[in-house]
Design a protein around this ligand. Sequence first.
Ligand code: PTJ
Length: 259
Amino acid sequence: MHIPPTHPRRESLIIREKLVEGFKRGIVVAEGLIAHGRGECFDYLIGESTQEFAIRAIEAAVASLLLAKYPVISVNGNTAALVPGEIVELAHLLNAKIEVNLFYRTREREETIANWLKKHGATEILGVGEDASATIPELFSERRRVSPRGILIADVVMVPLEDGDRTEALRKMNKTVIAIDLNPLSRTARSANITIVDNVVRAIPQMINKARELKNKSRSELEEILKNYDNNRTLQEALRFINKRLMELSSSQITLSIK
Ligand code: PTJ
């Protein structure tokens, strides 16, 4: 679909088109389109830009991934459709593995997503077919199946756009979990160690920039960043930001002047 450069909602429409294209390619599930709608609503509330609370979480997330012995980026359908090249670039910078992990898992989708990521420069994708032979305990969704070379042995796992249960299960396995979720009230957001309340399409490119910047820092400097980070504060600030923004909007001129 052609989206005019002057369209006031151009960015948002481009993201939708990427998801619809991903849906047609078999990367995104129909439920993923619904999940995106929920995300869009929260994106509206945070002003469709990366806020201070997300910038601090991005810094902590990158520090944690750089300090990790075995970092893994878990990829689902929506993430693969929206930021495939960026995920590959970030994984490369962080020396992290990429693992496909799907809620609505089929062999065909696993392979379609892996091939899509390879088309965008990935050399190795874990979690496809027999490689997903290990199991996360206490998890009953298809997400429980993981790679013994990836999520099973990872110390830090990043889960962009996730559904709640797995974050809790990974935490119980003593892993550090980094979530990217526009909804600061979701179970994932509230159970992760570090929650980036931002859109993946903005958060991942910012993580790439941050990784380039922090790559040359010493371990003790990275540890200092983590020591000063408080995820509860991040989530409180996200909610306060939304609250303040709505209070300001609700006491200002809200109608558009049409000439
Ligand atoms: O590809 P699969 O089979 O693994 O399925 C993926 C979906 C997304 C369908 C599955 O994980 C799911 O049902 O997720 P939920 O429970 O709907 O949660 C998705 C969360 O991501 C919600 O809290 C949304 O607000 C949030 N979200 C949606 N779009 C974005 C987002 N967060 C960041 N960036 C987005 N673009």
